[in-house]
Design a protein around this ligand. Sequence first.
Ligand SMILES: Nc1ncnc2c1ncn2[C@@H]1O[C@H](COP(=O)(O)OP(=O)(O)OP(=O)(O)O)[C@@H](O)[C@H]1O
Length: 585
Amino acid sequence: MNYDLNKISEQQQKTSTLKALGKLLKLIAHERGNLALALGAITLNTAVNLFGPYLIGHAIDKYVVTKQFHGLLVFGGILLAMYLLGLATAYTQTKLMGGVGQRLLFTLRNAIFNKLQQLPVAFFNQNKAGDLISRVNNDTDKLNQFFSQSLMQFVGSIFTMLGAGIFLLVINVKLGSAALAPAVLILIFTVVLSPWVKATNAKNLKSTGALSAEIQESLNNFKVVIAFNRRDYFRQRFQLANLENYRTAIRAGLANNIFLPTYSFFSNIAQLVVLTYGIHLISIGEFSVGLLVSYLAYAVNFYNPLRQLAALWTSFQVAMAGWDRISQILALETDLIPVTETTREADAALLEFRDVRFGYDSREILHQVNFKLERGKTYALIGPTGGGKTTTASLIARLYDPREGTVLLDGRDIRTYSPEERSRKIGFILQEPFLFSGTIRENILYGNDQLKDYSNDKLEQVIRSANLGEILALFEDGLETKVSATADSTSLGQKQLIAFMRAVLRSPELLILDEATANIDTVTEKLLGDILKQLPESTTQVIIAHRLNTIENADEIFFVNSGEVNRAGSLDDAMGMLLKGNRAS
Ligand SMILES: Nc1ncnc2c1ncn2[C@@H]1O[C@H](COP(=O)(O)OP(=O)(O)OP(=O)(O)O)[C@@H](O)[C@H]1O
């Protein structure tokens, strides 16, 4: 299955803005109450703003033209009260929508992170961590900005425009139509240019993701960079990514600023039309001075929000481009779906590969592989580098599903097990074990519900009874020894020891060790060997190793090469096969 987000975005059919907005609004459906309140506040605010000019025009015609200035005081008081109401409603909606935006940001980040936790290994093989981080941090914030700062202004501007438009037409149809004509041109201009603005912003967000991926890669590999003195190489790559980001940002800036001057131009034209035509109407006695003053104010009330809309429309297009990138992740589903229960085959081996074919991409890595692992036996997988040992082990642990054929665990298709059941049965110590920052205790109890509430004393007892006491004793602070996911305060060998304890304590039925002792000294390695020998008799072990001394106790050896898994016979035969120059292909 294709999980490459950049390819998905290229293949994705252009979704209409309305559809995307609809999907987004569903995410904040539970905010209905706040949205309705904010909408009420903005409607009141708009009404206040719209009635102002009408009252002013009325006051001019009734009190200024007739020189009855005392009436102006009353109107001044009414206007002041209205403006205060305007202030209160503006504050209310800003506060409400700020909360909605922040909660949306919170919900979206949680949703993306949860989705990332559910996606299969193949997804992480095909996407760069830096780009994913940028989607979680940067793109979600674009939506927050739109919701907290722009949405209600957007709605308010549309209300003000509509209200002002109605006033313009009601006061005088002819003058109103002339005043509104430039708005039609603006509408056409906006409709035509919006897709380009959104696409330009999408490119900019993509290049921000690529930049973030570049930074992440060089930071992750800083030792290699320094050791090989390849700073120039990464500097060049970074500069290229930075240049691309700069170029796309310039283009996005240009696109984002194209609406404002155009809207301003048409707005000025509209005022010119109103003024010229209005004076003409006054001269032939069809219009009053007071009405023209109100009229000009309504024209401003119509075109000013339109100008504001230009900026808001841009923020909307940026938010939609961000939303597209976020929804690409949210729409993904793992292809490792559990299948419905099948009947269990009687007297089955613990694990069986039946005609299994697999490849990461179009290239097939495993060709119709068949083998069985019996309970309580120890198996070794050997073979040349790149021969397919880790791939075979990954299929045993269902990190991937076969393209064809079946992997059976305990006589049942491995896909019928829930992830919890499967991980209880199978322990996997990876070539490069991952520890997260915390203590040894936290790391070895990770995913172990049975022991998670044990006190340190009780846990140490369990560790001793699993014969792991000598390993724990290698760490000065015992269970409370601090380990770090990234820093080198814990050596690779030490990490392997902790991962070993973590896997053994879960008492799995099947334990896979992928080069799990490659970085451990010979004495400790022997200690691990002894612990493995003392595991419950029913435990099946699969050991992947390049050092043949680690597999001398294996009951059976499989030779993995060129997409085939074959019985190798004795250790000597296996040596012979390796030395014969079998190469991975
Ligand atoms: N994530 C991946 N995406 C694409 N190809 C991969 C991936 N992982 C491994 N491969 C390819 O699959 C083949 C088998 O790799 P695998 O890691 O299973 O070999 P291995 O026998 O475990 O090697 P080693 O002894 O070096 O660990 C190799 O050709 C490798 O390039």
